[in-house]
Design a protein around this ligand. Sequence first.
Ligand code: NAD
Length: 358
Amino acid sequence: MQKHIAVLAGDGIGPEITDGAVHVLKAVADKFRHTFTFESLPIGGCAIDACGEPLPAHTVERCLASDSVLLGAVGGPKWDALPGDKRPEKGLLGIRKAMGLYSNIRPARLWRALADASPLKRELIEDGIEIVVVRELTGGIYFGKRGSFADEEMGETAWDTEQYSVKEIERITRIACELARKRSGRVISVDKANVLETSRLWRRTVHTFAQMHYPDVTVTDMLVDNAAMQIVKDPAQFDVLLTSNMFGDILSDEAAQVTGSIGMLASSSLGDTPCGLYEPIHGSAPDIAGRDAANPIATILAAAMMLRDSFGMTKEYAAVEHAVEEVLGEGWRTADISSAGTHTIGCREMARRIAEHI
Ligand code: NAD
């Protein structure tokens, strides 16, 4: 297969970790006889420096023309003083919008070799953790109407609103059910239906849609406060977790944390076409940038998700996952996941070893 991949390295450790992922993708191409071409494009702080804006029109144009997009991370102290709409993060929101990406998928997996990194007790993680949070990405309270005003009695007052339409809920339910079909066949849908009107619509719509189109998928509901508790109490009960934008934002960080390291977790954002945006969940880590100390595994796993979810390359995905497992099993670690008895290596060396195992 021939695929053209846009690479948005971004800022901080972005260039180091995306280089690592591209190195592994080249090894996959060699092994499985594919042709991958890569095109580097600016986004975030480096785009502000080069072009005066966080998301140049050329970057958007080329991403839309590519088969998929791999992103490092954006942001850093250099650009922190800029006004909100000029900041590097604006580039990220802009590219998601331009590509019509409404779902964010974040697998939180506990790697056997890294079980010690989990803050949870051993007996809670014996059965492993394999949670995939499917988060609605472009609706809900983060995009609703908001404002602030001076109230005579209360003083300064602010408000935000949450709005969801049946259409928005149905399309994210479809993503969760499709994923569940390839996994356990179970979806847990999170809401706050005992309080919120949007959650009641969410619950009704999820069930009606799933029953009509995915009768083979079992959908159950969980209130968000209970879900937050259950993730630390009994993480093994979860497989696909379907959430609104804000609930997913919070629960996916919690799910990530119980697996131990931020440097290991990938995410994908998808819309109605196979062209998606794949990235690590962490930021640009300015504190370790340029020192060859970053963990490239989250970005390498994001690249693997691209192979599976955008290109339909399941064997290739499995090969990358297996290579990561092997390298960790041999005791190789970047500094963020190292522990007694393991060997600490740099970002480049980690990517090289994983590529070697493909
Ligand atoms: P961060 O995720 O960049 O870093 C948090 C901590 O985790 C740091 O100590 C960092 O060194 C460590 N870390 C992160 N990724 C690592 C990796 N791959 N290997 C080893 N250690 C790693 O979060 P932050 O410090 O809050 O933010 C730094 C910058 O990143 C900010 O400008 C923020 O706005 C931006 N940010 C960007 C994204 C994104 O591009 N998607 C996401 C979050 C934060």
